[in-house]
Design a protein around this ligand. Structure first.
Ligand code: ASP
Length: 301
């Protein structure tokens, strides 16, 4: 039976759902997943560019045996023919499409579609709002490393304000009992973030020796008009480089949701660091997305 659940942000998942998705991800990574989406039609609609998220949703769907249709903005008639996204949703549901994976520059867009679409909507990133599957794969990467994130210090560094990844990951980590430290200049990290159950720190160097994990973020230049501080200033205060790596605990890991900008939030030397977990994150992206799709369509076993 179809449960028609959607995933807009991590709040849509209970603690039991989270545990189930992490367990299924592990199982799917150990051996090829069963074709639990056989005969299920999925449409991926990405109104913004994507490499990792788009490819991994595709792969996950194909590995689960789904039928996959990819629509890019130029194929979507609402852009030029005046159709509303609600009407597009009705049209796709009438065709028997069961799953819509959506990326859009507008915060709230997937939630709007979910109201009109008789099927499952998966948010693959909406403006600066949320990116739940990225948060899940990041948390999965941390859990693989540390067993449990409770009590672990995770520092998220950079442009928190415009990062949908940071917004979703913070929600998840706080719920799971991690000690979350947000690090950045005021223009990228307003004081009001302290209300989210996290600590705020402006001085990256002070945080380095205390962190179990560092999550670096890209400056989301597409979401604001003028860079609020000079690149040189940002680099001097927040770029992870050789000197800052030296200050990390020996077992600390470094993560990045990608795409990373060499020379800005990280120096090339980070890519050689033993605790650099970027490739692990990307790898888990496929398993997490398969587990999420399977969970939304088939429910928990
Ligand atoms: N790939 C992530 C996103 O879509 C992070 C980024 O673009 O910086 O939000």
């Amino acid at each position: 039976m179809r449960t028609r659940r959607s995933l807009i942000d991590l709040d849509d998942l209970s603690a039991a759902d989270l545990a189930y998705i992490f367990e299924r991800t592990r199982a799917f990574e150990k051996r090829p997943p069963p074709e639990t989406l056989k005969g299920i039609a999925c449409v991926n609609m990405f109104f913004e560019q994507s490499t990792r998220t788009f490819a991994s949703f595709n792969l996950a769907q194909l590995r689960l045996g789904a039928q996959v249709v990819n629509l890019s903005p130029k194929d979507i008639s609402l852009a030029t023919k005046g159709e509303t996204i609600e009407d597009t949703a009705i049209t796709l549901a009438a065709m028997g499409i069961a799953v819509l994976v959506l990326r859009h520059p507008e915060a709230g867009f997937p939630a709007r579609v979910a109201k009109a679409f008789d099927g499952h909507v998966v948010n693959a990133g909406d403006g600066g709002h949320a990116h739940p599957t990225q948060a899940l794969l990041d948390i999965h990467t941390l859990r693989e490393e540390f067993g449990d994130v409770a009590g672990r210090t995770v520092a998220i560094v950079g442009d928190i304000l415009h990062s949908r990844v940071a917004h979703s990951t913070v929600r998840g980590l706080v719920r799971l009992g991690a000690d979350v430290v947000l690090v950045g200049p005021e223009s990228f990290l307003p004081d009001s973030y302290a209300e989210r159950g996290v600590r705020i720190e402006r001085d990256f160097d002070a945080v380095l020796p205390t962190a179990d994990a560092i999550v670096l973020l890209r400056i989301q230049r597409e979401r604001f008009a003028d860079m609020p501080l000079g690149d040189d200033d940002y680099v001097a205060r927040y770029r992870l480089d050789a000197a800052r790596l030296e200050r990390l605990r020996p077992e600390a890991i470094v993560m990045h949701p990608g795409p990373y900008n060499r020379g800005i939030e990280l120096d090339d030397v980070v890519l050689e660091y033993a605790g650099w977990r970027y490739a692990k994150q990307v790898m888990h992206g496929v398993g997490i997305r398969a587990a999420v799709l399977d969970f939304l369509v088939n429910g928990a076993a």
